[in-house]
Write a protein that binds this ligand. Structure first.
Ligand code: SF4
Ligand code: SF4
Length: 267
């Protein structure tokens, strides 16, 4: 912890960055995002197991984006995967953001997409046991049963959009869901509107989801909505051999045409 604070202070004092985006104590045992622009604010930083929020989501917010060069605390590999995906989508320039990775006995400073990729190569991507078990169960279900499972889950959705707002890859300034002229997707949380929202979102994230699980954690009624995009991600990986957050130079599988595409869906 002390080495993270020390590194953050050094970078701020040297003028290499304008701010550090990390975590501070929230209410009770929670952690909340914290922007530190001075030594005093750096002292409030914490780095422990409770720091679960994927801070990459905040990098896309107007107030943070315009602060200048930032360092972000990457407690979880999914933050680095988010940075790679955002770089691949030209939302973040390579080298524009430093990642500070709390490590055994110190802190690792990573400054380029290549450094992020090299670090991630040492950290195997793993779903939680609970997520993997439910995902396996969903995959084993006949299609009609799986559809019924999701319909039941969607019926509990109240369209608060916390899942969308917590996602680092849902960064459009104006989301289709908020358009009312024309209104593409019904606003009320009824069966059709909920289903359309979740299926459109899952398709927008297929091949782009970095599997941070933030959307599922954000849901106030406990819908495992992250498993929809995990499911889509596994399908894209199986079909195209690539997934979200793997590289800063890869094109999105679902928006790329290649003459050697398998195109099995039209045979
Ligand atoms: S797990 Fe959810 S929040 Fe994280 S990138 Fe995928 S869709 Fe977005
Ligand atoms: S966070 Fe949960 S309740 Fe809110 S829109 Fe997403 S799935 Fe629905």
């Amino acid at each position: 912890m002390e080495s993270l604070k020390q590194k953050a202070k050094e970078l701020l004092e040297a003028g290499e960055i304008k701010a550090v985006l990390g975590y501070a104590r929230g209410t009770s045992d929670t952690r909340r995002p914290h922007v530190a622009m001075s030594a005093l604010e750096v002292d409030k930083l914490v780095a422990d197991q409770a720091c679960t929020t994927n801070l990459a989501n905040l990098l896309m917010k107007h107030e943070i984006k315009h602060l200048g060069k930032l360092a972000v605390v990457a407690s979880r590999p999914s933050t680095l995967r988010s940075l790679l995906q955002l770089t691949a989508e030209h939302q973040v320039a390579d080298g524009a953001i430093l990642a500070l990775v709390p490590a055994e006995g110190g802190v690792k400073q990573l400054g380029t997409a290549q450094a992020f990729e090299e670090h991630l190569a040492l950290v195997p991507q793993k779903k939680t046991e609970k997520d993997q078990a439910l995902l396996d169960r969903l995959k084993a279900m006949p299609r009609a049963e799986r559809f019924a499972f999701w319909q039941k889950e969607f019926s509990r959705c109240m369209k608060c959009y916390a899942c969308r707002n917590s996602c680092p890859m849902c960064y459009c300034e104006r989301c289709t869901m908020d358009c009312n002229r024309p209104q593409w997707v019904p606003v009320p949380s009824h069966a059709v509107g909920n289903q359309e929202y979740h299926l459109v979102r899952a398709m927008h994230l297929a091949g782009r989801c970095v599997e941070c699980g933030e959307c599922g954690r954000a849901c106030p009624v406990g819908i495992p909505v992250h498993l929809l995009t995990f499911f889509a991600e596994d399908s894209v990986r199986a079909q195209f051999g690539q997934g979200g957050g793997a590289s800063a130079t890869i094109d999105n599988a679902l928006s790329t045409f290649r003459p050697d595409d398998k195109e099995t869906f039209i045979r």
